[in-house]
Design a protein around this ligand. Structure first.
Ligand code: APR
Ligand code: PHB
Length: 394
């Protein structure tokens, strides 16, 4: 079977779904090819902090209703070290903006429901997706769908297929530049139906490593602890996780942590990665296909949203007036914002994690404590953290 569309998208994560939804609002047709089944994509537990700009785009895409009802507005975070938690307020530190706690899983579900309700679901379980015709000016996607070949002819291909996707590989190697740092540790995350320990998130630096107290709702908590890069989840029964978490949060906060059976437990590697440029001819990259941040700054989903914002603007201009300037500027506009979030996430990770080889109470640890002490006592340092955490303007 051969389909004709304006924009062919690979991947139905938040980037692909949001792009297709925004294009549809403007009468621009798109088709999404997704390798996995809907249930698999929906089942992935990811971060849960939305910048105001991301909330605004989701509203614009027509999926703001449940987010508005169930999302929790936060106007500060806690930074804990030496056993004491220090609040950094966003409003007090003059950004005037807030973030919304709403799981990426829920964002994905809302976008998938919106697609389903207009009868335009992604082609789930599309196998062997490949791109053709980028160099020749005749872009198309090809895959095996339900056992038969499917071709999608289009004007533009957008790779929203995440870090492990295939689209980046279609940019010739003499043009594509990549930058990567893999951190020598991971995050072990647990989701549990217990009351969050604090109203706001707490980022905690302990001499044994980093821990984070996050949440999804007033009755659902998300906690993380730093772990070895090659750690196996089998070594972490719930009891060991809670014991370690409580120890790391110390007597003041740790003693208040409610424990319960985990409903999800996973280990995520930490990486900073950027691919440049984010466009080659009629192929565009967006979201994790082009850049990955460690989760410390909660920027992954928000960067996908800003990419899609720039790309949608460019495409709307192109399809309504034939102007290419928005598309021509897509890569440089996106990357300018991406690199600042890469920088922030890198900084926040370095400030709060224990690096293998660092001696307990050694120089690295002392420098981190000095910077943390400076951060929570300096109005300008707090304002800078707040400004980046709530999200730099699109
Ligand atoms: N063919 C088709 N689909 C593919 C292929 C392929 N070869 N490879 C990957 N995919 C799909 C994946 O199954 C996934 O559903 O592309 C999708 C990519 O989604 P995400 O990884 O969620 O990436 P993105 O939409 O850019 O979202 C960015 O989500 O992954 C988090 O931390 C990330 O928060 C960030 C946000
Ligand atoms: C989460 O709730 O999963 C979360 C929150 C903040 C982060 C990372 C993850 O920085």
């Amino acid at each position: 079977m051969t389909l004709n569309t304006q924009v062919a998208i690979i991947g139905s994560g938040p980037a692909g779904l949001l792009l297709s939804q925004l294009l549809n609002k403007q009468g621009i047709e798109s088709v999404i090819l997704e390798k996995h089944a809907r249930a698999h994509v929906e089942g992935r537990i990811r971060a849960g902090i939305l910048e105001q700009g991301t909330v605004d785009i989701l509203k614009e895409a027509g999926v703001g209703e449940r987010l508005h009802r169930e999302g929790l507005i936060h106007d500060g975070i806690g930074i804990q070290f030496n056993g004491t938690n220090h609040r950094i307020g966003f409003k007090a530190d003059n950004t005037g903006r807030t973030v919304t706690v709403y799981g990426q899983t829920e964002v994905t579900k809302d976008l998938m429901d919106a697609h389903a309700s207009r009868g335009q679901e992604p082609f789930y379980e599309a196998e062997e997706v490949r791109i053709s015709g980028i160099e020749e000016g005749s872009p198309a996607l090809h895959c095996i769908y339900r056992g038969a070949p499917l071709a999608v002819k289009c004007q533009f291909v957008v790779g929203c297929d995440g870090y492990h996707g295939i689209s980046r590989g279609s940019i010739p190697s003499n043009i594509l530049q990549t930058f990567e740092r893999v951190y020598p540790f991971g995050w072990l995350g647990v989701l549990a139906d217990v009351k969050p320990v604090s109203e706001e998130l707490i980022y905690n630096k302990h001499e044994d490593g980093f821990a984070l107290a996050s949440q999804r709702s007033p009755t659902r908590s998300r906690y993380y602890i730093q772990c070895d890069a090659n750690e196996s989840i089998d070594n972490w029964p719930d009891e060991r996780f809670w014991e370690t978490l409580i120890h790391m949060f110390g007597p003041e906060v740790g003693s208040q942590i409610e424990t319960g059976p985990s409903i999800d437990k996973s280990i995520a590697p930490l990486r900073s990665f950027v691919a440049e440029p984010m466009r080659h001819k009629s192929l565009f990259l967006a979201g994790d296909a082009a850049h990955v941040v460690p989760p410390t700054g909660a920027k992954g989903l928000n960067l996908a949203a800003s990419d899609i914002h720039y790309l949608t603007e460019g495409m709307i201009d192109y399809f309504s007036t034939g102007t290419t300037s928005g598309l021509d500027q897509y890569s440089s506009r996106s990357l300018a914002r991406v690199w600042k979030a890469i920088r922030f996430s890198w900084w926040f990770t370095n400030l709060t994690h224990r690096f293998p080889g660092d001696e307990t109470h050694g120089m690295g640890h002392k420098i981190q404590l000095a910077e943390l002490d400076y951060l929570v006592n300096s109005d300008s340092a707090k304002a800078s953290l707040a400004e980046n955490y709530v999200g730099l303007p699109f």
